[in-house]
Design a protein around this ligand. Sequence first.
Ligand code: SF4
Ligand code: SF4
Length: 471
Amino acid sequence: MAKYGDDNYKEAAFIAHDLIETILEKTKNASDATIDQIIDKAKLKNGIDLDEVAILLQAHTPEQMTKIYNLAAEIKQSIYGNRVVLFAPLYVSNFCVNNCTYCGYKQENKFARRKLSEEEIRQEVRILESMGHKRLALEAGEDPVNCDIDYIIDTLRIIYDEATEKSNIRRVNVNIASTTVENFAKLKNANIGTYILFQETYHKPTYKKVHPRSVKGNYEYHLTAFDRAMQAGIDDVGAGVLFGLSDYRFEVLSLMLHNRHLEENYGVGFHTISVPRIKKAEGMDLTDFDHIIDDETFKKIVAILRIAVPYVGIILSTRETQEIRSELLHAGVTQLSAGSCTGVGGYKENEDGVHEVAQFKVSDERSPLEVIKGLIEDGFIPSYCTSCYRSGRTGDRFMALAKSGQIQHVCQPNALMTLKEYALDFGDEALNVQVDAFIEGEIVKIKDDKTKTIVVKGLQDLSNGDRDIFL
Ligand code: SF4
Ligand code: SF4
């Protein structure tokens, strides 16, 4: 078994740098006709090859981009429907032994570090629950002494325990550092949803440069985290790249290779891909980073990911503005964070008007209620659904449904029922009026009569006081 931070850990050869660079070079001058052929092939929703992804990444004319965006929107609609899953991050510890050059929590930044006590965790969870959240992403810096795996396991227990019938967290995804098979097995037993880990950058020289003097600087150990998670029985993993560190084309092709590696070796690839862009944080300057991407390129990346891996969820955080988030939902994003605080104890501090060091700056500061109203206005169904993992639809069982597009037949009903539940418990009068009218219009669109009957009954039961109804 690999030792923690062991520099001799096996070479993660599946991110073949030479191969990626060769493909990027040879696909540089693809014609419009070639791009059109790839778009036609992608309409089948079976994904596309590495070379084809590289060719789409070279697209740039308005005509080419319009075709790509239209296809991404079409694929998203046909696989997931118009639901958008909502969640919030919960930061529990900012102790960190690493020095990631892009992060406000890096060790070099001197500020009073802390991790939440049991009571503080409960307090944060109660605030999140009072906002209507059902799904969290647990976040912590890497520090094997001050924030070990047992602290994380305890935190998970406390979160799930802090529940009432109407206010409860039903799924906790976990975003913590790469660790051992043994520790991943503990996470698995603690009932996590998705294990999320951002590679930050797949480009090894850049990875080394932006992770100086740190445990995280071991590229191979970080890259093979999902292998160890899968070996420990976690079949639900979420990847991510921090766009802005290295060439975005290299990163997208690497994501494809990583996903393929997992599919070939464990039968299941990424459940989600997160697409954070580098943002201003304490102790760093954005001008130090050479690969910052503009909004148009960002939108292109999201759309091409949607086309390349149609069945993988794409997650966008509140790092992005309301305007960009709204645009990217049409390009393929399926999950959004809402009402986020990115500091330890941030939700309580927000209530108290205090602002400590956060991991990065948030751009969309709207409350979940405001986000939900905005989504409905744009024709999306905000969803607090957590049903798949609670119904055993994970790993290959989930992928079979997602790849065939069948998943939307559970996504849509569950989205409508969780939206109704949210409106009843946390909405104001205006939202309840908006939701009832919106749901009426959405029910008409359900083609299967049996499903329609279930949803109508579920909505009635919710109005009569039942909760947590799902397919
Ligand atoms: Fe620590 Fe994570 Fe920030 Fe790196 S990105 S400094 S590991 S909290
Ligand atoms: Fe996610 Fe499954 Fe719910 Fe769809 S049905 S929103 S895939 S948990």
